[in-house]
Each structure stands twice: as structure tokens, then as C-alpha cells.
Design a protein around this ligand. Structure first.
Ligand SMILES: C[S@@+](CC[C@H](N)C(=O)[O-])C[C@H]1O[C@@H](n2cnc3c(N)ncnc32)[C@H](O)[C@@H]1O
Length: 278
């Protein structure tokens, strides 16, 4: 079934590219998780939820962060990319956690792993933007879930970035990401579409929030590290869009801009939507 074919992640086989993704996802979790979790909790991800499906868990970095906050939570962590899942397995060998169950699953192509129906909630974090047909994913996923199951979807919108002062290198990075998205069918402005997609796919929309992370709250360093890692992703997975030399120059420009602006404000938005299987 072609509509479920993954985009960028489908072709992601090179070890070095997977490594760059993992570092990037790790920095994303380290910087944003505390605020994300606070919002998820306020919107219903509470202690009544004992079993969750982490759909598109990747290397399981968010999964791990969830488990640190919730010792009583079981997580069925599924992903279609074997390399990503392998790295979750490896981390479980190093740091065992019996409440995380990794499973390979390509929704729509393979039968659902055991236990999906028992999950009271599903988390999809930065997954739908990488799929060709997000609505089919939501419709198909719904077939495997019980009525009342909650869906927590975390996405972004590159068009909502703001920075003061406006630095050229950041605009350049966003425009390269846009090109990368066009090449790999990744929709980097997916966030605002989610409520509509949910309601068209048989879910009742419960809430939609824009969570804005700022350099003022997080400190500039985590955000800076995050953007510098994103240069490594672009140059390692799409050197035709960003050559290693370009990435190096932009890295220097980032550092220069930070040094020359004593007060630099940066706003990174996440859009968190909650839906319920109706
Ligand atoms: C950017 S990663 C996000 C990983 C993780 N959720 C996080 O926040 O760190 C996106 C993941 O979604 C997975 N994915 C995309 N479409 C999928 C599908 N239809 N079924 C299972 N996994 C999927 C990819 O293989 C990839 O590992």
C-alpha cells in the first residue's frame, strides 16, 4: 500500500545519517521535554494513563524521557524504521527498562503488534510531518484503537519561528529545511493542519496549544546546539541541499551572530493537539 510508504525515513539507511538524526532528536528532547510534558499533563496525559503507544518512536529518546517522569507507565514503542528501532534496542541492553516494549510496525502493511488496543493513549511526536498521507495514518490508526483513546500529537510550524534581531543565517537554515522538506515530502508546517486532520479522521479534537520555547527561558546554548545539529542533519542526508562546506560556514555564522548580539531572542514553537477516538 503505497500511501503508507515513509518518506525521508524510508531511505535512511546510512549509519552516519541515522547517528546525526539521533543526536538531533536527543537535543530536541533535552531542550523541550520538560515544557512539553507539563503541557501534555495539563491536557490529559495524567496518572490515569498507564499504557501508551509511542507511534513513530524513532530511537526512543522521547519514550525514555516519558518513563523518567512516569515510573508506572508502560510504553509500546513502535517504528517502521529498523535502524532507529535497533538503536532503541541497544539502549535497552545498556539501560534495561522492562516497561518499554519496542516493536517494528508499518501501519497499513503489517498486522498490529499485540497490545495496541490496550493502550489508553497514543503519542505521535514529529511523525506525521514525515508521512506522505497523514490522514490515512490517522484513519488507519483509529481502526486499532478503542473508543475514548486519547491521541497526543506534537508537531511544528517552521513559519512560526521568530528571532530578534533577525539573523541571516537562521533565515538561510529555514529556507534550506524548506527545500529539504520539498525533496523528501516532509511538511515542516504541519502543526496547524492537525486539528482539521483529526476531525476529518474520526477523532474529537479536545485541545490545541502553541507551546513556545524561547532562548529567554531555555538559555541560548541548547537552542544554538539544536540549530547546529540541524546543519549536520541537512549536510549528512542531503549534501545537494547543504554541502558540508556550507554547513561549516553557517556554523561559524551562527557563532558570530550570537557573539555580536548580547541580547538575542529566539522563539521556537511546537503545536500540541489532543484528540479522542469518537
Ligand atoms: C523525526 S522521528 C521522531 C521520533 C520520535 N517520535 C521523537 O520524537 O524523538 C520520526 C519517526 O517516525 C517514523 N515513522 C514515520 N512514519 C511512520 C509510520 N507510518 N509507521 C511507523 N513509524 C513511522 C520514522 O521511521 C521515524 O523514526
Amino acid at each position: 500500500m503505497k500511501s503508507f510508504k515513509l518518506q525521508h525515513f524510508d531511505s535512511l539507511k546510512a549509519e552516519s545519517a541515522v547517528e546525526h538524526w539521533q543526536k538531533y532528536l536527543q537535543s530536541q528532547v533535552e531542550a523541550f521535554f520538560p515544557e512539553e510534558y507539563r503541557l501534555l499533563k495539563a491536557r490529559g496525559f495524567d496518572s490515569k494513563i498507564k499504557k501508551v503507544l509511542d507511534f513513530g518512536c524513532g530511537a526512543g529518546l522521547f519514550t525514555r524521557a516519558l518513563r523518567v517522569m512516569r515510573k508506572d507507565l508502560s510504553v509500546l514503542a513502535v517504528d517502521a524504521n529498523e535502524k532507529m528501532l535497533e538503536s532503541l534496542w541497544r539502549s535497552l541492553v545498556r539501560y534495561p527498562d522492562r516497561k518499554i516494549m519496542p516493536k517494528h510496525w508499518i501501519l497499513g502493511e503489517e498486522a498490529a503488534p499485540q497490545g495496541v488496543k490496550d493502550c489508553q493513549a497514543v503519542v505521535l511526536r514529529y511523525v506525521l510531518q514525515h508521512t506522505k498521507d497523514p490522514k490515512s495514518i490517522l484513519i488507519n490508526l483509529r481502526k486499532h484503537l478503542k473508543k475514548g483513546t486519547l491521541l497526543f500529537i506534537i508537531e511544528e510550524d517552521d513559519e512560526l519561528y521568530k528571532m530578534y534581531p533577525d539573523i541571516a543565517v537562521m533565515r538561510k537554515l529555514l529556507s534550506r529545511f524548506k527545500k529539504w522538506g520539498e525533496k523528501y515530502g516532509t511538511n515542516t508546517t504541519m502543526g496547524p493542519l492537525i486539528p482539521r486532520l483529526l476531525s476529518e479522521s474520526g477523532y474529537k479534537v479536545q485541545s490545541c496549544d502553541v507551546l513556545c520555547h524561547t532562548a529567554t527561558n531555555l538559555g541560548l546554548k541548547p537552542l544554538l546546539d539544536y540549530y547546529r545539529l540541524s546543519l549536520a542533519i541537512l549536510s549528512s542526508t542531503a549534501p545537494d541541499i547543504l554541502s558540508p562546506k556550507d554547513a561549516e560556514d553557517m556554523n561559524k555564522d551562527f557563532l558570530k551572530a550570537m557573539k555580536s548580539n548580547e541580547e538575542f531572542f529566539l522563539f521556537y514553537p511546537q503545536i500540541i493537539t489532543v484528540g479522542k477516538v469518537s
